[in-house]
Write a protein that binds this ligand. Structure first.
Ligand SMILES: [Zn+2]
Length: 286
């Protein structure tokens, strides 16, 4: 029986190896008892650090939850704003194109009128020619103006086709724009509501986190932030729960669990790197 009582001392004394086990069984029991009840300075200091870290973690997790509720909304609103701006630019471009085409069509119509005027004049002049050469020259001029008219008419048909297309595009873009605008307004008001609901709480939590961070030494804080950034769920400090890491759920052997409970040093999960605290400490802060 005496040997089994001594067993825990072996595991506790891991750091100073088996030196303490050389002493007799009775003495080992005596040494073991205070080790469990009276905390030395290292233990108190480590315990304070763990408490500060776990408190910070709990606070930061609350902020994370608010952000999850807000979710992708800020990004969605931004995307919709970009889309709306893009469609407005597209519509502006079509408007300019339509104006340009209208002007080009008007120019060609004017050119046709001028040609028709010239043809009329040449045909009148043909009635007063002195010889065939003058008559033929005027006929050539008339033919040339007729060709000009045909060319202008061809251009007008091309411009008109472009105009029809641009007008269709503008109509489509306007439909899309009004849809996107509605989406944007809906998402915006959704976001405004959520922000209004959580703004004050988030501000308070951020203040608390800042205060809490001041209690933690820089080296630890940097580690905390690094682990938190890499962890999918934002958890850098987790309790041991049901013999497993509360972050990655990997099994933690009893010896390691005991080390964690002792608060002699800060222990991280060997699988996920998260800082581990014992359930008792975690429960006392929850
Ligand atoms: Zn883990």
């Amino acid at each position: 029986m005496a040997k089994s009582v001594a067993k825990p001392a072996e595991t506790i004394g891991e750091e100073n190896n088996n030196a303490s086990n050389v002493v007799t069984t009775n003495e080992t029991v005596e040494i073991q008892a205070p080790a469990e009840h009276v905390k030395d300075e290292t233990e108190i200091s480590i315990e304070k650090k763990l408490i500060a870290l776990y408190t910070l973690q709990q606070n930061d997790s609350k902020i994370d939850r608010i952000k999850i509720v807000r979710g992708e909304l800020p990004l969605e609103v931004e995307d919709l704003e970009d889309e709306v701006a893009g469609l407005e630019t597209r519509i502006d471009n079509y408007i300019q194109e339509i104006e340009m085409l209208d002007k080009q069509i008007a120019d060609k119509q004017l050119a046709i009128k001028e040609s028709q005027g010239l043809i009329k004049r040449y045909e009148e002049q043909q009635n007063n020619v002195r010889n065939n050469r003058e008559y033929d020259a005027l006929t050539k001029e008339v033919e040339f103006q007729n060709l000009e008219i045909q060319l202008a008419e061809k251009r007008i048909r091309e411009f008109s086709a472009q105009l029809t297309m641009a007008k269709e595009e503008i109509e489509n873009a306007q439909h899309e724009l009004s849809d996107r605008r509605n989406d944007m307004e809906a998402k915006r008001s959704e976001l405004t509501d959520i922000v209004a609901e959580t703004e004050l709480e988030e501000k308070e939590l951020n203040n608390k986190s800042e205060q809490q961070q001041r209690l933690i030494e820089e080296r630890l804080l940097i580690a905390y932030k690094r682990i938190r950034k890499n962890a999918r769920n934002g958890l850098a400090v987790v309790p041991v729960e049901r013999d497993a890491c509360g972050g990655c759920f990997s099994y933690i052997p009893p010896q390691r669990q005991l080390d964690i409970k002792l608060h002699k040093k800060i222990i991280v999960c060997e699988f996920c790197g998260r800082i581990l605290v014992d359930k008792e400490l975690a429960d006392s802060l929850s």
